[in-house]
Design a protein around this ligand. Structure first.
Ligand SMILES: NC(=O)C1=CN([C@@H]2O[C@H](COP(=O)(O)OP(=O)(O)OC[C@H]3O[C@@H](n4cnc5c(N)ncnc54)[C@H](OP(=O)(O)O)[C@@H]3O)[C@@H](O)[C@H]2O)C=CC1
Ligand SMILES: O=C1O[C@H](COP(=O)(O)O)[C@@H](O)[C@H](O)[C@H]1O
Length: 584
């Protein structure tokens, strides 16, 4: 097929003709040698080699074991079982084109995150030489109009602005648009034609990003699968949250998606897993002797996962009201971080080994009790001349809604490592600050010689490890220290790893990491269906109870620290919220 023109398209111009492999790459230990390569960007090769994942050296392989640039014959459909696909091998094959289709390209997320992330990957040479990007949505527009829209949100990295305009132009030239309905096989067949035309009839790998409301996920999966999947390479689909709104609807969504896609083709994104500090959590824990042995009930008193935003639903109230903060943040972002934090040591860094451990810990969690949860909703508030609207003032929110915009919960893990340790979560909108962090509060030092120097409140003297995911990424450890001088006065000081002071490069956006992983077939940071089931199984009974009992949320003023109920909840479990001590 390589080099043939696509008979179904009117135009016969091909943007990229298939090229022969012109390079060999070799990764050895931590070094990689890239032999002459005219067709592939060097970072695209080197990232794969340099990552510490259990990839096979010496060849580019996706985590399903196939070379990234090789062909897997799929008989024209995505539904064919993996083992029936025959990977081709050897040299002499043409290099595949990577086609990325953003479904819902006219939407907020596409503009705000997906196109900018793709551009950043291109700018940083992480995309293969032959790639194209398609936008797909119902909105009528042409390629130029799409390019105009996305050019407004593309930015270059702060530290390398020189070639920015050039790079943007090169990127935008690879962006195309097709307008169609989400449930029209005919329109997806047209998209397929355009894709083939741009792919030049050669080998292609196709990635679809479903940046659309969840009620149309299945329609798109069906149409893309039957009419626009790659016939020569892999086809993968990234699915955005929400994955259902309870265990039942989530299982139903999974069941429907699996009619058209295999599990290994579905990449369920949770963008918090793509954040730098979340990625670093396992490194910190498993590669430091000062932490690894401490990671259990023997030394850790409690763990806190805190998310706060200093703005309300502003414009997204329609979506939000159907979900609430527990579904929007806790059941996914915070629980995913908790699972990574608390899992047992995986057998390896392989995606399946890690996800197996995450599922195990999620399934070991004690059902959440209503009395271990408090909910809140922000109300309007005036400060000087400025007034801030309440949640119910959002015109897209139904009158009298009792949807929580804040929640705090105490969770427990019923296993030997974590028995009795409270894992506290707190998430809220319209609070006094924007931040996301993990706080680990350690136990008292037994028989502490300096006890009398701490006064009566020994808790204040315990160590606390903080991973600040955002803003201003940092890891710091609160320790007790002698104040210099002739006396013996102690204070609390921080051993502080502030990223912007330690590292010069800009931290990539979570969507960049996750898109690149999906392109590489690396599933470690995506949610497997059994993980999703376990997460919903934990939260669904609580959500049902809150809704059935119509539990009214405690009101808190916009811009405040949230409902006081959160303090009582923490106190009930002998915990003090680390973010509210006034120490940082
Ligand atoms: N925006 C964000 O910050 C985040 C979004 N998400 C999730 O990502 C996905 C996309 O988000 P976002 O871009 O904000 O969504 P949008 O509401 O902007 O929708 C994306 C596109 O889908 C089409 N669309 C919207 N509503 C409907 C409908 N009822 N029926 C058919 N098509 C529709 C529209 O395109 P057209 O009319 O041109 O077809 C729209 O441009 C959603 O699942 C969302 O929950 C997740 C995390 C954060
Ligand atoms: O998934 C979501 O996340 C955002 C917060 O993401 P962040 O990366 O900016 O912290 C949140 O605002 C939104 O409500 C939620 O759906």
């Amino acid at each position: 097929m390589a080099g043939q023109l696509n008979p179904c398209c009117s135009s016969s111009t091909s943007a990229f003709s298939a090229s022969k492999f012109q390079h060999e790459s070799s990764c050895f230990s931590n070094q990689f040698i890239i032999l002459p390569n005219k067709t592939r960007s060097s970072k695209w090769v080197s990232r794969i080699c340099s990552r510490n994942y259990p990839r096979k050296h010496f060849e580019l392989k996706s985590s399903n074991g196939y070379p990234l640039n090789a062909v897997a014959f799929q008989n024209g459909s995505m539904g064919k079982p993996l083992e029936e696909q025959v990977p081709s091998s050897g040299s002499g094959e043409a290099e595949a084109t990577l086609s990325i289709t953003v479904v819902g390209a006219s939407g907020d997320l596409a503009k705000k995150k997906i196109f900018p992330a793709l551009f950043a990957l291109f700018y940083e040479d992480f995309l293969p030489e032959n790639f194209i990007v398609f936008g797909y949505a119902r909105t009528r527009m042409n390629d130029v109009e799409l390019r105009n829209i996305i050019s407004q949100t593309l930015t270059c990295r702060i530290d390398k602005r020189e070639n920015c305009a050039d790079k943007m132009e090169q990127f935008l030239k690879r962006c195309y648009y097709h307008s169609g309905q989400y449930n029209s096989e005919e329109h997806f067949a047209e998209l397929d034609c355009k894709l083939k035309e741009k792919e030049g009839g050669g080998l292609s790998n196709r990635l679809f990003y479903l940046s659309i409301p969840p009620n149309i996920f299945v329609d798109v999966a069906k149409c893309a699968s039957s009419k626009a999947s790659s016939i020569s390479g892999w086809t993968r689909v990234i699915v955005e949250k929400p994955f259902g709104r309870d265990l039942e609807s989530s299982s139903e969504l999974t069941r429907h998606l699996k009619q058209y896609l295999r599990e290994d083709q579905i990449f369920r994104i949770d963008h918090y897993l793509g954040k730098e500090l979340v990625e670093n959590l396992s490194v910190l824990r498993f590669s430091n002797l000062v932490f690894e042995p401490l990671w259990s009930r023997n030394y850790i008193r409690n763990v806190q996962f805190i998310f706060s935003e200093d703005f309300g639903t502003e414009g997204r109230g329609g979506y939000f009201d159907n979900y609430g903060i527990i579904r929007d943040i806790m059941q996914n972002h915070l629980l995913q971080i908790l699972a990574l934090f608390a899992m047992e040591t995986p057998v390896s860094l392989d995606a399946e080994d890690i996800r197996n451990e995450k599922v195990k810990v999620l399934r070991s969690m004690r059902p959440i009790q209503l009395e271990d949860v408090i909910t809140g909703q922000y109300k309007g508030h005036s400060k000087g001349a400025k007034s801030y609207p309440g949640y119910l003032d959002d015109p897209t929110v139904p009158k009298g809604s009792i949807t929580p915009t804040f929640a705090a919960a105490a969770l427990f893990i019923n296993n030997a490592r974590w028995d009795g340790v409270p894992f506290l979560m707190k998430a809220g909108k319209a609070l006094h600050t924007k931040r996301a962090e993990i706080r680990v509060q350690f136990r008292h030092v037994p028989g502490n010689l300096y006890k009398r120097n701490f006064g009566t409140d020994l808790d204040k003297a315990t160590n606390e490890l903080v991973l600040r995911l955002q803003p201003d990424e940092a890891i710091y450890l609160k320790i007790n220290n002698k104040v210099p001088g002739l006396g013996m006065r102690l204070d609390r000081s921080d051993l502080n790893l502030l990223y912007r002071a330690r590292y010069t490069g800009e931290i990539p956006d979570a969507y960049e990491r996750l898109l690149l992983d999906a392109i590489e077939g690396e599933r470690r940071l995506f949610i497997r269906s059994d993980e999703l089931d376990a997460a919903w199984a934990l939260f669904t009974p609580l959500l049902k109870e809150l809704e059935e009992k119509k539990i009214a949320p405690e009101l808190y003023p916009y811009g405040s620290r949230g409902p006081v109920g959160a303090h009582y909840l923490a106190a009930k479990h002998n915990v003090r919220w680390g973010d509210l001590t006034g120490e940082d």
